[in-house]
Design a protein around this ligand. Structure first.
Ligand code: PLP
Length: 303
């Protein structure tokens, strides 16, 4: 069997770590009172596995902790989560009998089972946590041929994180119905993905990926204070690009900047670099050679 494999995290009632244990992915695991399932009240990360190596694990754990802080969840114990991730990834690698060319590990923490007044269960501050490892789907066509993207108004201004922090923009929460729904909206418009634009005209992020533009010898990405997720893949690509002599910039970018860029990609842990081949039905050039180089770098990461 080649997975998926599951490990559950154990917590004391006060939320402090109590290790982890293997669990049966085919068996029921969650309470119907779990706040992750009833309210989408929790956080997650998806970490890629390339050639059996966990990629950007520490930045993912740091972003997980940041999301927990934004949601006033217990601070995830990095050692506990890291140990669970490493174990479940090793399980997947050993089960396949060869290095997993591409896999992923998803980590999830919810606010736990709703208890206290009006519930059958006592109140507890223990979260629910699990880690799942699986073989990744094949993203070759998107990486090679590119993706068609539509621009969608996110409905709020670029400074939402400062003006309305309670909206939790920039936290990676389990409330992803919108992030899934925009793929259906993109499909209705004959496209593969959707790029959010703020109500005042600034480029933000895509449903589950970050935007990077190339203008001459500079790579640009929207600033991370725009209520978007600070991408681990984008960060690694910027480090690689700087080593290759590119300038890199976090900027306020507009739709005109996208239209006039030499080339553009959506970057994420799972799909890596997908070049944008059309925006709102208007074809645009992709740089197949540079895209292949970026994806080779991303795939070869050993940490
Ligand atoms: N933006 C959003 C909303 C995401 O959900 C994701 C990843 O899932 C990203 C950006 C890309 O982040 P990363 O490169 O760390 O996978």
């Amino acid at each position: 069997m080649t997975g998926p494999f599951l490990v559950r995290l154990a917590f004391h009632d006060d939320g402090s770590p109590a290790g982890h244990f293997p669990a049966d992915v085919a068996a029921p695991q969650l309470s119907v009172l779990d706040l992750g399932s009833t309210r989408g009240d929790g956080i997650f990360e998806t970490i890629s596995l390339g050639n059996g190596y966990l990629q950007a694990l520490e930045p993912h754990l740091a972003r997980f902790a940041h999301s927990a802080q934004m949601l006033d969840l217990p601070t995830p114990d990095a050692a506990q989560w890291r140990a669970a991730v490493v174990e479940v990834a090793a399980h997947l690698v050993s089960a396949t009998g060869a290095p997993v060319d591409e896999g992923f590990v998803k980590i999830v923490m919810t606010r736990g089972v709703e208890g206290g007044s009006g519930s059958l269960l006592p109140a507890t501050t223990a979260p629910t946590g699990w880690v799942l490892a699986a073989v990744a789907p094949d993203h070759t066509p998107a990486r090679r041929d590119g993706i068609r993207v539509v621009l969608l108004d996110r409905g709020y201004r670029h400074d939402i994180a400062q003006t309305s922090p309670w909206l939790l923009a920039g936290a990676k929460t389990l409330s992803y119905a919108i992030n899934r729904g925009v793929f259906r909206e993109a499909a209705r418009r004959g496209a593969d993905d959707a790029l959010f634009v703020s109500s005042d005209g600034y480029l933000l992020e895509a449903a589950v990926s970050n935007l990077v533009l190339k203008r001459g010898q500079t790579l640009l990405t929207p600033r991370t204070d725009l209520g978007i997720l600070a991408g681990t893949t984008q960060a690694d690509v910027f480090t690689w690009a700087a080593d290759r002599g590119f300038a890199t910039e976090y900027a306020l970018l507009t739709v005109d900047d996208l239209a006039s860029a030499d080339t553009a990609w959506l970057l994420s842990s799972g799909r890596h670099a997908a070049p944008i081949r059309a925006i709102d039905g208007v074809e645009r050039p992709i740089d197949a050679e540079l895209t292949a180089e970026i994806n080779a770098f991303l795939h070869a990461r050993t940490s």
